[in-house]
Design a protein around this ligand. Structure first.
Ligand SMILES: Nc1ncnc2c1ncn2[C@@H]1O[C@H](COP(=O)(O)OP(=O)(O)O)[C@@H](O)[C@H]1O
Ligand SMILES: NC(=O)OP(=O)(O)O
Length: 318
């Protein structure tokens, strides 16, 4: 029997839980916890392709590079290179934890991480309007100081504090798609589309060139799920379910939504916060519109229960 393929997108904020858990050790432990839930899926018979966010991590890598340039005169790492570094660091933690967990359970399955580039349009209007939150959370006062002293663009992020924002163009093509498909075909647990992919543009002569941006990982993983005709797009984030009227007295947690309902709620604009839940719902909508059957949103610890229909929010084509 053909195995079912799931694209699992893990939130960057679920790998760095809060401002108090930013150390490598903390990130490693979060990756370890997530790896257990993914191996549960593998044990349940899923072929899994894992994508991950990098918002907090890429912001810290960029800030370190800026400080190193300012204080020690070291050469600056541009944002695409910071994105590549984040794929390496998060990919390493996921690969090793998945390998350890598979071994503990006696499952003989290889794991590989693909350094992946995603092509964006150099004329994407997003380059003029930064929207992607990166790095840690700040108070409004701290954010204003950073804006003033270091030229950061800062915004309030979904009621959770202030963050630096950078350009986030839409993903158009996955450069390493054939390699990813070959790994899935070979039954290898694959990690790719880290941080939505390293953003690159295609020049007129066909050459690729990195650009300063951070792609939305839910959009990038939705694109992969469409390209490989995945059976499931699973978005693993910090909440067990999606709510309508989120953060209001009328808040209602949803067990399921149809594609049409998801589109209607998104259009209303008041249910899903931009920069957090709204892009996840949009990513699911694009997957289902392209023929995908089901998209699931839940938190890492409830992945198993959600796949059995006991929790999470399942979005289906009809
Ligand atoms: N309608 C909603 N239902 C549930 N959570 C929502 C909703 N709108 C906004 N959120 C917030 O979105 C967060 C998930 O987005 P985010 O932290 O950006 O994700 P990621 O896991 O990709 O880093 C949730 O933890 C919650 O605080
Ligand atoms: N690149 C990206 O979307 O990262 P987060 O999920 O961490 O925001």
């Amino acid at each position: 029997m053909e195995k079912k393929v799931a694209v699992v997108a893990i939130g960057g904020n679920s790998l760095i839980k809060d401002n108090a858990h930013q150390s490598c050790q903390d990130q490693y432990l979060a990756a370890k916890e997530t790896a257990k839930h993914i191996v549960d899926m593998i044990e349940a018979g899923w072929e899994v392709v894992i994508g991950h966010g990098n918002g907090p991590q890429v912001g810290f890598i960029l800030q370190k590079a800026e400080i190193a340039e300012k204080q020690a005169g070291l050469s600056m790492a541009p944002l695409d290179v910071c994105g590549a570094q984040s794929q390496g660091q998060i990919g390493y933690m996921l690969v090793q934890n998945l390998q350890n967990e598979l071994k503990t359970r006696g499952i003989n399955k290889p794991v590989a991480c693909v350094l992946e580039q995603t092509i964006v349009d150099k004329n994407d209007p997003a380059f003029q309007h930064p929207t992607k939150p990166i790095g840690g959370f700040m108070t409004e006062e701290e954010a204003n100081i950073k804006a003033e002293s270091d030229g950061w663009t800062v915004v309030e992020d979904a009621g959770r504090g202030w963050r630096r924002v950078v350009a986030s163009p839409l993903p158009m093509e996955i450069v390493e798609l054939d390699a990813i498909k070959a790994l899935i075909q070979a039954g290898i647990v694959t990690i790719s589309i880290g941080g939505g992919g390293i953003p690159v543009i295609k020049n007129e002569d066909g050459s690729l060139e990195g650009v300063s941006a951070v792609i939305d990982k839910d959009f990038g993983n939705s694109l992969l799920a469409r390209k490989i005709n995945a059976d499931l797009l699973l978005i693993s984030t910090a909440v067990e379910k999606v709510a309508i009227n989120y953060g209001t007295p009328e808040q209602k947690w949803l067990d399921k939504m149809t594609l049409d309902e998801a589109k209607a709620y998104l259009k209303e604009g008041k249910h899903f916060k931009s920069g957090s839940m709204a892009p996840k719902i949009q990513a699911c909508i694009w997957f289902l519109e392209a023929g995908g059957k089901q998209a699931l949103i839940t938190n890492p610890e409830n992945i198993g229960r959600a796949l059995r229909g006991e929790t999470g929010t399942m979005i289906t084509a009809a």
